[in-house]
Ligand binder design. Sequence first.
Ligand code: HAM
Length: 429
Amino acid sequence: MSTALRAVRGMNDILPGESAHWARFEACVRAWLAAYGYREIRTPILEHTGLFQRAIGEVTDIVEKEMYTFIDELNGESLTLRPEGTASCVRAAIEHNLLFDGGKRLWYMGPMFRHERPQKGRYRQFHQVGVEAMGFAGPELDIEHLLMTARLWRELGLAEAIRLELNTLGAAEARARYRAKLIAYFEAHLDALDEDARRRLYSNPLRILDTKNPAMQTLVAEAPRLMDELDAPARAHFDAVCQGLADAGIPYRVNPRLVRGLDYYNDTVFEWVTDRLGAQGTVCAGGRYDTLVEQLGGRPAPACGFAMGVERLLALLAESAWVAEETPADAYIVHVGAAAARFALRVGERLRDAGLNVVLHGGGGSFKAQMKKADASRALYAVIIGDDEAAAGELSLKPLRQAGEQQRVGLERAAELLKASRSHPHPQP
Ligand code: HAM
């Protein structure tokens, strides 16, 4: 017995009806990135596992349990489907010496893979648009990233739906001091820790602050604050970022419990969140990672960036008035008979030479059945070719989306009329 073939759980097909939304979103994103001078980088979907282990951190959820990792049997190498894009960008920047003449503004778009429990807004293959600015110190780029994301939400009509949460993680030394304090605090309250928190107590205690467990909220709210450990430069950096947001009139909330699930961050971290998508409400997240380039073997270069979840943004857009219409074809060619079929191929090519979008009927069928298909295709015109027309080297043009007579014309005239109909809905013969 055959079992039906299905896509892998948590990995979605993007069907023709949805792909128009994706294409429109991608076009908006490209124009927005160009407005800030970012340039596209495309990296492989597979990388050596060690890259993600070193960049994201050994004791993170992603590296511990969410990576699609396998051994390449040909050479025994451990490879991983990329769970995010920052590590690959940094690897590529080092490998190709991209930062040799100064900072670079990069962006990427594409599928990422994490073996999480699938639910609405959380998938095993999902898509990110990511931005990385490498080789820039100081708060300007952090502010640029927050301003540019705020602009994108405005352009997409989502400004009301998404709010900004901001925090600073300071430098490594302050975090180490804080870590020790936090462990001592939680050790004093061992009974109140759930299993997850106990597991993380010594490996990644900051992540305990991120707990969703209602029973632990008071404990976490009363925990020592990293903000109190910050040294002067980190405090100044954070103040400047807050000032930049205030100057631009972008509201934000400082969330001292925002710690992020990847280890490479320092100083600014942020998340754009919505209440409209249930549990998976973070649509965009990022921050500064000043030590990652050096940690992965490059010359030290400060950097910051962010990535947004395309599925989550499209889900938000689907609730709003944002609709992407597919552009219908200019013409659908209906042809009955062997001579007509040969001529129809020529007609199609000639009309496309003239810059028109043309669908050629395939699979035979009666004239009536083909006209039904023409109508269902939403094309603006039917181009009708029978043996008669083929013999005369002509065709009949019938408007499908507006009133009007069918007219018989030559090929050149047909191309003119179809082109004119794009700007003038009622072409004259
Ligand atoms: P992240 O927070 O792991 O950060 O992911 C960024 C965004 O990707 C999330 O806010 C969410 O919208 C989306 N996302 C993550 N996992 C899933 C999933 N399983 N299903 C659907 N959407 C998901 C990063 O990946 C960092 N590389 C961001 C960054 C860039 N930081 C600096 N530069």
